[in-house]
Design a protein around this ligand. Structure first.
Ligand SMILES: C[S@@+](CC[C@H](N)C(=O)[O-])C[C@H]1O[C@@H](n2cnc3c(N)ncnc32)[C@H](O)[C@@H]1O
Length: 323
């Protein structure tokens, strides 16, 4: 330990190039520093790296399947919690103060809220489901999006939730019971293969597994596990899932694709390839006050970043099936 304490950081950094200096100072892998600088420019990338070292803001979505919004807020706050409404995000509140862990609250056990980042809520708001719709929630566990879809649909219509992980599906079932979701059923299946459903949905929301480069505040160790080959591996899986899911959208229906990653490969490049192969799908705009337009002229897509939106890094594409 004595040796570590006597190391002079400036001495170490002296002969390093700029990217390596940023990498060492902000605790990110050098390849990722290069990647982000190329993606968003040096000044934004620096802000992104610095924000990744901070604590993540916590958001709660109040569950109106369990009562009126004002009453839910009152009950939650009666347990020593202070909430602040997030403008333009229906039902979403920023956690200002809590006297004990949220999961220990009675209000949590009673399903009065779901701990959910506003970026994840935005994907569901972008889908804009209506009571009576037929919705497919692809890659659904543990159920943050299913339960918000059900809330916006007032438990009317049908949600087919798909996932392949038995463990995570157990959690999904528990969460649907806690949140009073009545209009959803789970189908265990591998979305990279045949999807055992013969329906056409008004909305298909795909939230596939990803590298999670937008969630480094929450999972700091993840950045040392992500490699470029891993990004490509996820891209392949995501593409197969998007192709399979697109077949379940009815004509004039909506396909939403979201990830908590900020890479081009998992987002714009994948959407670009999909649209080239499927000219019957068109990008449409997302009704939101926050987020940046997507890159590569995919400006109807939304990009969110921790340093600009106080959320996880996130990507959303909304597409319409024209025929
Ligand atoms: C990003 S998480 C979904 C989070 C969820 N949408 C929510 O809001 O709570 C990705 C999910 O994809 C599932 N998954 C991964 N590979 C899959 C596959 N080949 N087929 C089906 N589901 C898969 C995982 O089990 C995981 O639950």
């Amino acid at each position: 330990l004595g040796k570590i304490l006597s190391i002079n950081l400036n001495e170490i950094l002296k002969n390093k190039d700029e990217e390596e200096k940023i990498a060492l100072k902000t605790f990110h892998p050098k390849w990722f520093v290069k990647y982000c600088i190329k993606l968003m420019g040096k000044s934004q990338a620096l802000k992104f790296f610095k924000t990744n070292l901070k604590f993540k803001k916590v958001y709660l979505r109040l569950n109106t399947l369990k009562g009126k919004e004002e009453e839910l807020k009152k009950k939650i706050e009666s347990e020593g919690v202070k909430l602040e409404k997030v403008t333009n995000f229906p039902y979403v509140y920023f956690l200002k103060k809590a006297e004990k862990p949220l999961v220990k609250l009675e209000a949590y056990a009673d399903g009065l809220f779901y701990i959910q980042d506003k970026s994840s809520c935005l994907a569901v708001l972008a889908a804009n489901p209506k009571p009576g719709d037929v919705v497919i929630d692809a890659c659904a566990a543990p159920g943050g999006k299913t339960s918000f879809l059900a809330q916006l649909m007032s438990n009317e219509g049908k949600i087919y939730s798909l996932d392949y992980s038995k463990e995570r599906v157990k959690l999904w079932i528990k969460e649907m019971n806690r949140m009073n979701v009545k209009n959803s059923m789970m189908i265990l299946c591998d979305l990279t293969k045949h999807i055992p459903l013969k329906i056409e949905a008004d909305i298909v929301l795909l939230d596939p597994p990803c590298t999670g480069t937008g969630t480094l505040m929450k999972n700091p160790s993840m950045k040392w596990k992500i490699t470029f080959p891993l990004i490509k591996k996820f891209q392949n899986i995501q593409f197969k899932m998007l192709e399979n899911c697109s077949r379940l959208v009815k004509a004039n229906g909506t396909l939403i694709y979201s990830t908590c990653s900020i890479t081009l490969e998992e987002n714009e490049l994948l959407i670009e390839r999909f649209l080239k192969l499927n000219p019957n799908f068109k990008l449409i705009s997302i009704n939101s006050f926050i987020g940046f337009p997507g890159f590569r002229s995919k400006n109807l897509c939304k990009r969110l970043y921790p340093h600009t939106n106080e959320s996880e890094g996130f990507f959303i594409a909304k597409m319409k099936k024209e025929f």
